[in-house]
Design a protein around this ligand. Structure first.
Ligand SMILES: Cc1cc2nc3c(=O)[nH]c(=O)nc-3n(C[C@H](O)[C@H](O)[C@H](O)COP(=O)(O)OP(=O)(O)OC[C@H]3O[C@@H](n4cnc5c(N)ncnc54)[C@H](O)[C@@H]3O)c2cc1C
Length: 398
């Protein structure tokens, strides 16, 4: 049964009829669009397929255009910095031995780098919009039609919504994109990698709060981020497989045990045990979305549905926020929706192209894809402890 959160009366006094935007998806991009459009005088409504708020989180590096946009939108104070100043970085070799590992730079992408959780961003945005914007849970689009004046969306609960603009902020496997632009296979470019992420509810042997631990081998890696503020550790695992789509149809626990059996001393097996009891596990292939137009008429894609850059770029969340900010601005600057969407796309394309390209370079840092990558990565981490190597590493991570 779909549920609904109704906004309180807004204090905004529009001088002309408020334009209505139907936003599909209440992830970071959808909530950011609701915030920026509401502030620009629109009436946004969000529909979200999940039955309730998705509050789960994984480790997120937050910097660059998204950080600057969050600053302009007044969100930074609500975003914690979860990097423990006294935190240590370790690499775990295949036998479980710990050696000195990476530490995160203070800056990245031209702004300070903040280490936080996806749920921190979600919460900061949700708290800004929940009293102002209607959010309907347990419902999504079943059909979308449009003419020159409006778009009409038939929802999965049978209701029908009309809007001046439909925003598909429904993630990498976007339904809006499938309904309006065509099947996902046309636009999804797969790495031969699978990612699993979860919150670890349990003990990890020998791990001190604040530590970051990375176990890597050619074609496999496991990352654990721990916190000193009481939040449980967050983990993600990456591995290579020739058939990532088929792999993702398997049970995560079974596929991960096969990929990571006998790896990373005691810590990785403990992670896998914890993962069995974790309530929300992300288990998906690593892919980018490459599509040559982000809008058709009054339907526009935003965030991962339009330009998914993968976790390797470190800019996916940020670009959802930056993209929403630019969208609201360009809609205010242009007389027609189509002119605004054209200008919006022109402004954002160079950035998303840059980050998609950068993700290919950074994949080796997250998971050495072969023996050569493994040796190069170890060399880089050793070099990072020297002043010159440290500067080089920062330049690569920028
Ligand atoms: C392990 C991992 C680590 C990451 N690390 C980083 C990082 O360090 N830095 C960074 O910036 N980014 C990182 N990212 C990427 C970042 O999390 C994403 O780019 C970002 O969350 C995308 O947000 P979104 O709102 O566009 O999409 P999503 O978060 O996918 O949200 C889409 C929403 O739409 C809803 N939805 C889907 N289908 C429908 C439908 N049919 N109807 C209604 N609702 C629907 C979903 O339930 C969801 O709530 C990482 C990702 C992963 C998986």
């Amino acid at each position: 049964m779909p549920t609904r959160e109704t906004p309180q009366q807004s204090t905004h006094q529009p001088t002309r009829p408020r334009r209505r935007a139907l936003i599909v998806g209440s992830g970071i991009s959808g909530l950011a669009a609701a915030l920026t459009l509401h502030r620009a005088g629109w009436e946004p409504v969000i529909v979200e397929r999940a039955p309730a708020r998705r509050t789960g989180g994984y480790f997120v590096r937050f910097s660059g255009p998204g950080y600057s946009a969050a600053q302009r939108l007044g969100l930074l104070d609500a975003l914690p910095s979860r990097l423990a100043p006294e935190g240590r970085g370790f690499e775990i070799d295949t036998s479980g031995k710990l050696t000195r590992g990476i530490s995160f730079p203070a800056e990245s992408g031209g702004t300070p780098l903040r280490i936080l959780l996806r749920s921190d961003l979600e919460r900061a945005l949700y708290e800004e919009v929940f009293e102002l914007v209607e959010i309907r849970y347990g419902v999504g689009p079943a059909a979308i039609t449009q003419n020159r004046h409006e778009a009409t969306v038939t929802l999965t609960d049978g209701s029908v919504e009309t809007a001046d603009l439909v925003i598909g902020a429904d993630g990498i496997h976007s339904t809006v994109r499938s309904l309006v632009f065509g099947p996902e296979d046309l636009y999804r470019k797969d790495f031969d990698h699978v990612v699993a992420a979860c919150i670890i509810d349990g003990e990890l042997p020998g791990v001190r709060d604040g530590d970051t631990l990375i176990a890597s081998a050619p074609g496999r890696s496991a990352w654990i981020n721990t916190y000193t503020d009481g939040h449980p550790p967050v983990a993600f695992l990456l591995y290579r497989t020739p058939w990532p789509a088929a792999e993702c149809r398997r049970k995560p626990a079974e596929a991960l045990r096969e990929a990571f059996g006998n790896f990373g001393g005691e810590i990785v097996p403990a992670m896998l045990d914890a993962l069995d009891h974790s309530e929300s596990v992300i288990f998906d292939q690593v892919s980018q979305i490459q599509i040559n137009r982000w809008s058709q008429g009054r339907v526009v894609l935003l965030g991962d549905s339009a330009w998914c850059m993968t976790l390797y770029s470190g800019q996916g969340s940020g670009m959802g926020i930056a993209g929403a900010e630019v969208l609201a601005r360009t809609l205010g600057e242009h007389d027609t929706v189509s002119a605004a969407l054209g200008a919006w796309e022109k402004e954002l394309r160079p950035l998303t192209a840059k980050y998609q390209k950068g993700a290919h370079r950074m994949q080796h840092f997250f998971m050495p894809v072969n023996r050569f990558g493994y040796t190069a990565r170890r060399g880089l981490i050793r070099a990072m402890s020297t002043p010159v190597g440290g500067k080089l590493a920062k330049a690569i991570m920028r």
